[in-house]
Design a protein around this ligand. Structure first.
Ligand code: ATP
Ligand code: MG
Length: 234
């Protein structure tokens, strides 16, 4: 195996981060022998309505979730720019900041997110800015993705023994990783919390504590509203 550094990035609204995100990041790290996976909450997601919590809360929860988990870390990179967070910009910034090329960066998405790739800013060029790792997600199979994007088939690979190839390849690749990630979504977690149901086991314990301590995702408490207002989000 090559000793070239390979860095993974898992981006998303992460509102809130949950065990599905953690499992997807760990499966991608393992499959492609990544040195680490950087979890980057988006500041202002371009493709969806405003998040329920501020970028600061989402970054805090990402940090709490990775604390003590080997190979994962959280970054506030997208919080530093005020506009919409485009993956293409993030990939260029990571490349610049770390002095590494596109072949050493692996952007991780679930199969549902990759299915929307044609709507992303600077598609298809964004696929040249890093390798992609597409992790299966309950309800969205990887074979469905192959059929949906025949034009990308030539770039799609199964990861076994291919990490070295990625670092050496002329063109960036799309790795398909079949992993048994749990059937969890942030939407479901937000709904549960709004209904007063428990979310134990769906999010890491320190994230659960943070949600409770700040009364996030409930009918807006005065404290939460003020915090979000101070953060300039809501
Ligand atoms: P929401 O319901 O608000 O859309 P989500 O659970 O889909 O939340 P996102 O923040 O939208 O979480 O996802 C960030 C990234 O993590 C996306 O690429 C998404 O596909 C991936 N992801 C989320 N949950 C899983 C999971 N259970 N398995 C694999 N990938 C996942
Ligand atoms: Mg989603």
């Amino acid at each position: 195996m090559s000793d070239v550094v390979r860095i993974g990035i898992l981006g998303g609204t992460l509102d809130p981060i949950h065990q599905g995100h953690i499992e997807a990041a760990l499966a991608a790290r393992e499959a492609l022998a990544l040195e680490r996976v950087i979890i980057i909450p988006t500041h202002v997601p371009p493709h969806r309505s405003r998040p329920a919590t501020s970028a600061y809360h989402r970054f805090a929860m990402a940090s709490l979730a990775v604390n003590g988990v080997e190979g994962l870390c959280a970054s506030d990179l997208e919080l530093l720019s005020p506009g919409p967070s485009y993956t293409a910009d993030t990939l260029l910034r990571v490349s610049d900041a770390r002095g590494i090329g596109a072949s050493q960066i692996f952007f991780i998405t679930g199969a549902d997110a990759f299915a929307e790739i044609e709507t992303w800013s600077r598609y298809p060029e964004v696929l040249d800015l890093s390798n992609f790792i597409v992790v299966s997600r309950p309800g969205m199979s990887l074979s469905a993705l192959r059929q949906r994007f025949p034009q990308l088939k030539a770039r799609m690979r199964l990861p076994i023994g291919r990490a070295t190839e990625a670092a050496a390849a002329d063109e960036t690749l799309i790795f398909l990783v079949e992993a048994p990630t749990p059937d969890i979504s942030s939407t479901d977690i937000r709904r549960r919390l709004a209904e007063g149901q428990p979310v134990s086991g769906l999010v890491p314990l320190p994230v659960e504590d943070h949600i409770q301590q700040h009364a996030l995702y409930t009918q807006q408490s005065p404290i939460t509203s003020t915090a979000n207002h101070l953060h300039g989000q809501n």
